[in-house]
Design a protein around this ligand. Structure first.
Ligand SMILES: C[S@@+](CC[C@H](N)C(=O)[O-])C[C@H]1O[C@@H](n2cnc3c(N)ncnc32)[C@H](O)[C@@H]1O
Ligand code: SF4
Length: 411
């Protein structure tokens, strides 16, 4: 019952929050001298997975090279506006699809900004010695590989078996490259329509055996536009098994991993953390990227040719933006910080001139009442029960972002 209420309230609130103003007002916020995350989006993939609602298109060599050249122009524009970043996260699509271009783009970012850490997403077919050598030369600290499941039946239904090989061979490749990066992360998904507890336990056996540094275990998220494709390829989808699956995953991983967010597990004793939680603000560069700085959320155009054309004219390719009021910003912090397990009153006071907590009484009261959040010495913590509530909220948050993306792509 509580799960249903949280789902419905989160769905309504996040779809409201994702209403943007178009064109006019879509400007970059003013700059201050603060370290932030630079997110770079590479939307190209060898072929498209049915469940994925990220901004991605089928790879085209010429277009991808033109895209990287445009992305480098966008990086230079941010530098010219006076921005600086301490971390860079390259997400996709498949960022490692053209390694020479990725190397040029990341070297430029390193020349322009005070980058101290680099994270790159990849797919299992790129876990080769050649790719690993280049990634290490570039200075990548964290490599994140999309596994989703080690189950061959599921991989075949997702169209990933043909592209990336069997579950057993993916696990082997992960083991082969372990220790080469500060953090090797595996992206997994649970609550696939036909998934059973037995399937999930087999996935967890293989996963634990790889001894990967970090595991991000996403619940399957289905946006309005992917529902038909997901159900066509994988079967009919609902949330009924989600809570049990999440508890099974948490229990199996607990002896080896600690929670660095509600769905991210970091090997005990390691220093790895989750980027979205570590950085309060981020700039989103690349087609369809979404950034959040100074309480303004803004999105770049989703149209790749237009993205390239706008940058060739020397302009920032922003499409829409939205300013959040201080109470809305505080709610965003409440969501993100507690997703990362804790929210301190000192942080809120510092950020909102001594207020902050005053904006959040109803949220804090509601979640303390249902046992999702507890308070100790100036800090709110997510409880065992609260972790699943945050999985629900983040699932609805990302689904709202995906629906916004679909809305923009349809236009
Ligand atoms: C967008 S992909 C980009 C990296 C790479 N191409 C890959 O497939 O891993 C990053 C991760 O997002 C997760 N993801 C994508 N679509 C999802 C969905 N509909 N529900 C849950 N997780 C999803 C997958 O775990 C995936 O590995
Ligand atoms: S999951 Fe990864 S490989 Fe598959 S379409 Fe999405 S971005 Fe591309």
């Amino acid at each position: 019952m509580i799960d249903r209420i949280i789902t419905e309230v989160a769905k309504r609130e996040f779809s409201r929050a994702m209403r943007f103003e178009e064109g006019v007002g879509a400007s970059l916020p003013r700059e201050e001298d603060r370290g932030r995350l630079l997110y770079l989006h590479i939307p190209f993939c060898e072929s498209l997975c049915p469940y994925c609602s990220f901004n991605r298109v089928v790879f085209d060599n010429h277009l991808c090279r033109g895209y990287h050249a445009a992305l480098r122009k966008e990086i230079q524009l941010y530098r010219d506006y006076g921005y600086d970043f301490t971390g860079v996260y390259v997400g996709g699509g498949t960022p490692t699809i053209l390694m020479d271009e990725l190397e040029k783009t990341l070297s430029l970012a390193a020349d322009c900004f005070s980058i101290r850490e680099i994270s790159v997403e990849t797919n299992p077919n790129h876990l080769t010695p050649e790719h690993v050598d280049i990634l290490k030369r570039i200075g990548v600290n964290r490599l994140s590989v999309g596994v989703q499941s080690f189950d061959d039946g599921l991989l075949k239904a997702m169209g990933r078996y043909e592209k990336y090989g069997s579950g057993a061979s993916i696990a082997e490749r992960i083991v082969d490259i372990s220790g080469q990066f500060d953090t090797l992360n595996a992206d997994m998904i649970f609550n696939f329509p036909t998934q059973t507890e037995e399937n999930l336990n087999s996935d967890l056996d293989l996963l634990i055996n790889t001894a990967v540094d970090q595991v991000t275990y996403y619940p399957l998220m289905v946006s309005d536009s992917t529902r038909r494709k997901v159900e066509g390829a994988l079967g009919s989808f609902d949330f009924r098994k989600e809570r049990n699956f999440y508890q099974l995953i948490s229990g199996r991983l607990a002896p080896y991993y600690r929670f660095s967010s509600a769905w991210c597990f970091s090997r005990k004793g390691s220093m790895v953390d989750e980027y979205i939680v570590d950085y309060d603000e981020y700039a989103g560069l690349g087609s369809g990227s979404i950034g959040y700085m100074h309480g303004r959320c803004y999105a770049n155009t989703f149209d790749i040719p237009r993205y390239i054309e706008t940058l060739n004219k020397g302009e920032i390719p922003l499409m829409a933006s939205r300013d959040f009021t201080p109470p809305q910003q505080a709610r965003y912090d409440f969501l993100m910080k507690l997703f990362g397990m804790e929210l301190s009153i000192a942080f809120l006071r510092g950020k909102y001139n001594g207020r902050g907590i005053g904006y959040l009484w109803s949220e804090i009261f509601a979640f303390m009442l249902v046992g999702g959040v507890r308070y100790k010495r100036g800090t709110f913590y997510l409880t065992d029960r609260g972790r699943y509530y945050w999985v629900i909220m983040m699932r609805e948050f990302f689904t709202a972002v995906n629906n916004f993306r679909d809305f923009c792509l349809d236009r």
